[in-house]
Design a binder for this molecule. Sequence first.
Ligand code: KIV
Ligand code: ZN
Length: 401
Amino acid sequence: MRRFEPTREMEKLKRITIFDTTLRDGEQSPGCSMDLDEKVRIAAQLEHLGVDIIEAGFPIASEGDFRAVRAVSKECRTAKVAALCRTTEKDIVRAAEALEKAARPRIHTFVATSDIHLEHKLKKNRDEVLQMTRDSVRLARNYAEDVEFSAEDATRSDVDFLCAVFKTAVDEGATVLNIPDTVGYTLPAEFARLVGTVKEKVVGGRQVSISVHCHNDLGLAVANSLAAVGAGAEQVECTVNGIGERAGNASLEEIVMAMAVRSDKMPFETNIDTTKLYPTSQLLSSIISFGVQPNKAIVGRNAFAHEAGIHQHGVLSNPLCYEIMTPDSVGVPSNNIVLGKHSGRHALLSRYGELGYELDAEEVSEVYARFTALADRKKNIYDQDLLSILPSRVTVVAMAA
Ligand code: KIV
Ligand code: ZN
């Protein structure tokens, strides 16, 4: 038994694709809106983190979203960039236009499949939804080789109809079938069964992968995502800090670390550099209007803090007593230097270094002036405060920790 530490010598594990939707599902939730520069900055950080696919926005929704998808498409060279669209022609064409400069574009089209949504939102019958699926995936394939199809509210849909819709999407060339738990309703064992059914009835031997997209209304988004991976899903959709509609989306850092720490029971791996999880979380918190709660798993301020005497004694004797992963493994800086108005440039620079940023002399002067002004006003300076005063041009991320 040992605490988790990243190693290159792990046995061969099944590779799970991490699809990040912080800039789309996350950004569309209250308090999370970002401007274009901020979105590009987050996208660059996500690429450094090792995310496979970045969903950059919903281009038809607004001019801002369109421009953001275009800018992120230009920025990202290794990660795929996805744009969301409904099943209408104008949505798909707009998404394709926004992705024009992407090195590795993905069009992500969706339609609801539950009777509740069909009756009350879409006002369509099942045949019409099948036709919308057929037309949209066919059209999207004219613009991109990689087309993801999502059945919104899949977990409250009739399973036979859901499978019929998915079959139609695959027949038209969809490369990924996404099963969203749009309202955070499902339970782990039930969701695993649904993934198994779709794999058996729709995928068969065909070249299409299964994705899951879970919301956290019952606090089960991560558990449901992991159950789905256990049942054969190859892609997980998630957001940094779990931001997203209502109670949020599945948290990227929790999914990645659960797979990393418990690879004995979940033989899966991702491309994520886990030492960049904390800096990424802090960067997002510095941009949107709220941070994570102190007891948030993996990236919360107290995630590696020990207060009770009995715990402190145990951890001092051997960290293994109360820590299942090292702070270093997720990029939490190990020193306890508290930054305040009496701190000097050296301590400040060292903290930026731990967060993965290297500043040149001019940047140091600019940031130090901002830091002292902030420290005059604010008693506690957190890492997210330090990131919020960095000039936006400082995006170079060195190895953290
Ligand atoms: O929650 C959901 O159903 C979505 C889809 C658009 C994938 O965000
Ligand atoms: Zn969603």
